[in-house]
Design a protein around this ligand. Sequence first.
Ligand code: HXC
Length: 261
Amino acid sequence: MKSYNNLLFDVTDGIGTLTINRPKSLNALNSETLAEIGEALAEIKDNADVKVLVITGSGEKAFVAGADISQMVSMNSLGAAALSELAHNSFKTIESLPQITIAAVNGYCLGGGFELANSCDIRVASSKAKFGQPEVGLGIVPGFGGTQRLTRLVGRGKAKEIIATGAQITAQEAQSIGAVEEVVEPDQLMDKALEIAKAIMKNGPVAVRMAKYVIDKGADLDLNTAISFETQMWAQTFATKDQKEGMQAFLEKRHAKFSGE
Ligand code: HXC
């Protein structure tokens, strides 16, 4: 992996950790960081050593406190559209990764930070994390997917309440509305993310990849089309070595040794 100005990356035992690393600005996303996220993900996509990806923020205080306001303050509409598109490209790349992604939310998760977390497959939060879409207080609307992904996660009413008030909510509240899957004590955050990653890695890699794909593709389809699509994906898993191994291992009362084929 090449080195980045605003990101750290590590792979240990099949788990990649991508850290947004601008702690002095609470990891605010400027255009350079957004572009670097896109580039790093393109590398991670093809990196067979990365089975699961964890995304987190540097320092104690913030996951990501939003898009970089000092960069946006003098921006015109053209610049804003370009920034939004840059973020959309990077965040869509997160969703299209074959690996499951886990946001480990270690602190403030605001604006573009919440939008980044909502592009991941699973969100684990420190009990001290705070979530919100404060954009209307700056005179703008969320522009990195917040009006859409948050709405799909929590429903229109809650999304409108969060976005229109701009108020911060606690990790516990975020969990109660389905915007966060797990809440743990701050010092347990990475352990919890790694525990989930390891549980995922025990399973058939092709099946996990396909499950992510069919869930995401199906979410944009009507139910009848979506369940037909599920049938196709399900049938395809029977053409894999992993299916033979998984079922044979069950019948032989042993742990499966998946090859990912
Ligand atoms: C640039 C930021 C920043 C941001 C914090 N900082 N958030 N810089 N962009 N989004 C900087 C501060 O200016 C400060 O720099 C340093 O980080 C520490 O922040 P403080 O404000 O001093 O910390 P604290 O008082 O603890 O308050 C924490 C905070 C607050 C509540 C998270 O920083 C805050 O409200 N930040 C902005 C949150 C926000 O509005 N995010 C949404 C952005 S819009 P100095 O140099 O003074 O030490 C967005 C839109 C996306 O995300 C879509 C656009 C197309």
